[in-house]
Write a protein that binds this ligand. Sequence first.
Ligand code: PMP
Ligand code: GLU
Length: 402
Amino acid sequence: MDAPKIALAERVLQIKPSPTLAVNAKAKALKAAGADILNFSVGEPDFDTPPHVCAAGKKAIDDGFTRYTAVPGIPELREAICQRFADDKGWSYEPDQVQVCCGGKHGLYNMAQALFGPGDEVLIPTPYWVSYPPIVQLAGATPVEIPLSEDNDFDLTEELISKYVTARTKAIILNSPSNPTGAVFSAAALEIVGKMAIKNGWVIISDDIYDTIVYGDEKLPHILDVDPRLKEQTLILNGVSKSFAMTGWRMGYTLGPKHIIAAMNKIQSQSTSNPTSISQKAALAAVSGPQDFPTMMRDAFVPRLDFIMKALLEIPNVTCVRPKGAFYVFPNLSAYFGREFNGKIIGNSVELADYLLDEALMATVPGAAFGDDKFVRFSFASSMATIEEGMKRLAEALGRLS
Ligand code: PMP
Ligand code: GLU
């Protein structure tokens, strides 16, 4: 007798697995099988976690710090996060306005579960990071894309936002510097968002996970600097994954109004209980220790960015807005759609990324995964040798399309 086919919940049928993690897994599997794959897919620093942070994790194990912790994270870590924000940004938060969780992605998940439900609409400037729409959908709410344009450096304008606002708008997600474009929202755009949010009572989710990787000397504009009242309706998302090369430790944190953090703690207490005790001790070393590591990494990305931008712009018919932060470039490769290779037409970003993987042995993420099919994302958090070879392969592969 056939095994019964168990029906899955409606919510899981609405979403797809994370495309960035899926491409990374495919690239790693091909590499393990011996293929000479260059991996430009996943966004994670190619640096090791700093030694003092690893030592703190090891010490936690040796000290037997291996039991359940407080649901929102150990008090000393939440205090250290408040101190870091006060020192670096001049923002004042109390430990009970902080939740530590299992990575930035988990912080977003907790927020969405605590705030959103059926009927709510969440504004998402697009191109967006791949997990925003599914996390909103898993909470039963509706993601509403605001299409940004490369002609306007992927910035927001009042006219654009107004087109997508309804009486059901509950929140807007800001990600600056952005994954995948590397764009930064201008102070003028944030001023507009701030005004609209105050007028309409929206929640602002400010995903600042790339805020230590900013190129140039200009101060990164931030929504909390627009109007002090916005602190009461803003959730700040951050973590150590990108800033301290700690993607595998799964450590993120949210700062925001007490009652929202308390609601997120309720969700956390009934789901993961607490973030990993060992990772919390490591994150404490990262947040409270010397801060030269993120700057060193940022400085190391600069020549890679310069090289990759120059190489991309030398390829005919490619446009690319120069990133102001993060470690991605997002070139517009749509001029190559409609061309063919071996009798097969490349019709969109997914087919182009497949072609690059098959024919140039380079893993990238198609723009479609980020809500804009004209582009393909390349992470340049990889060695200069990989970037040099990759750009050569890209130019050749695009040149072979007729
Ligand atoms: N936000 C953005 C924009 C990201 O690119 C990522 C990817 N890592 C995250 C949040 C989540 O990071 P993590 O869960 O690895 O801490
Ligand atoms: N945020 C990174 C990326 O976009 C890591 C993968 C993920 O969490 O989606 O590639």
